[in-house]
Design a binder for this molecule. Structure first.
Ligand code: NDP
Length: 335
């Protein structure tokens, strides 16, 4: 019976950092990526937790990957900051750009951070949560690879394009949602394949463009967006906003850039911040809290609630990681 081992967050982050450093990644990228993976594991966001670590080796083997990236933010206008990830992991560029974004939004009411040329494979909630901790509303999005057919089509064109949003709340954790705009995440479909389970026929189509319940056929064919034409349009907006708008790749261009390396998608990432204090004043907070109380009135949970509960449990008892995964990671550390 596979078992879990519980570790403190610092130990987990140190293990992940050691893994990445042993493969030649520079210390700033290693610390940043390890911290995000450990936080995802802590919050029970397992698809973007420690299990991503072995896959970073494929990404670091990409001929354009830069293990020595040292990105620096550039102020483009009173509201816009841009940072080139220099073909390293995008999380370091995002981390280095976010302070400037928060400062700009705190001054002019709105800020935009454009991260370009980053290999991206992490969840988006850590970024928007960080923005909300500064009292701002955060919105983030990025393209991925052209795995998803547009509504009405049968071939991959759009990415699984995650969208994350955070609203700050006084004395409570922010309201946060973060999900892919495909009907299911690619990791979910792969997990069904590995477990020999069928998937709903609304998740994707086979190579002939027909709906199928076989996850392997969908992975070879095309995934579908959530919500039909509505999800398709939102995913297209994400392509445009975090692609051409900031001068970076669409999912199709990112896939072409991969050249079969099986690396994480390399593309842009957009992070927007809005100041409710400047834009709406006291009414913003009142209106939001009144809306949230409508959820609790009918016992409907808010997105983020499960993650915050997992976080509390992990802080109390240690973070659960599968013993098999831990052993695999330790075996892959370069001696
Ligand atoms: P899910 O479909 O699991 O949805 C997750 C979101 O919905 C969370 O905010 C979750 O809150 C909330 N949620 C889930 N169930 C409920 C419910 N019953 N009531 C209210 N809220 C609910 O996510 P995905 O599988 O689509 O995406 C998972 C992760 O994958 C995301 O973090 C995303 O950023 C990441 N991703 C990253 C990509 C990349 O380019 N790097 C590409 C695609 C996805 P809670 O957490 O509290 O459960």
């Amino acid at each position: 019976m596979p078992r879990d081992i519980r570790l403190p967050e610092n130990d987990l982050a140190a293990l992940a950092t050691g893994f990445l450093l042993s493969h030649g990644l520079n210390a700033p990228q290693a610390h940043c990526l390890a911290g995000i993976l450990a936080a995802s594991q802590r919050d029970g966001s397992l698809s973007h937790g420690l299990q991503r670590l072995p896959g970073t080796l494929d990404t670091m083997m990409h001929p354009r990957f830069n293990k020595h990236a040292d990105p620096a933010p550039e102020s483009v206008s009173p509201a816009v900051v841009r940072i080139d990830a220099q073909f390293g992991f995008s999380c370091l560029a995002a981390e280095r750009g976010i302070e400037a974004l928060i400062e700009k939004a705190g001054k002019v009411g709105i800020g935009l951070l454009a991260v370009t040329n980053g290999f991206h494979s992490t969840a988006l909630w850590p970024l928007v949560e960080r923005v909300a901790e500064a009292g701002l509303v955060g919105l983030s999005m990025n393209p991925t690879h052209a795995w998803v057919a547009p509504a009405g089509g049968t071939k991959g064109l759009l990415g699984t394009n995650p969208l994350a949003f955070a609203w700050p709340r006084k004395g409570r954790p922010p309201y946060v949602f973060d999900f892919a705009t495909s009907a299911a995440s690619r990791a979910d479909i792969a997990m069904h394949r590995n477990a020999g389970k069928e998937i709903p026929d609304s998740w994707g189509v086979n190579l002939q463009g027909e709906p199928t319940t076989d996850p392997a056929e969908v992975l070879a064919g095309a995934m579908l967006p959530f919500g039909g034409h509505k999800g398709s349009a939102i995913a297209t907006m994400i392509e445009l906003m975090a692609g051409p708008l900031i001068g970076d790749r669409t999912s199709r261009q990112s896939q072409h850039f991969d050249q079969g390396a099986n690396a994480a998608p390399c593309h842009g990432e957009l992070l927007l911040a809005f100041s409710p204090d400047i834009i709406g004043g006291a009414a913003a907070d009142e209106g939001a809290e009144s809306l949230f109380s409508g959820f609790s009135d009918q016992n409907a949970r808010l997105p983020g609630d499960r993650r915050y509960r997992m976080r509390e449990a992990s802080d109390r008892e240690g973070i659960a990681v599968s013993a098999v995964l831990l052993e695999r990671i330790r075996d892959l550390i370069e001696k």
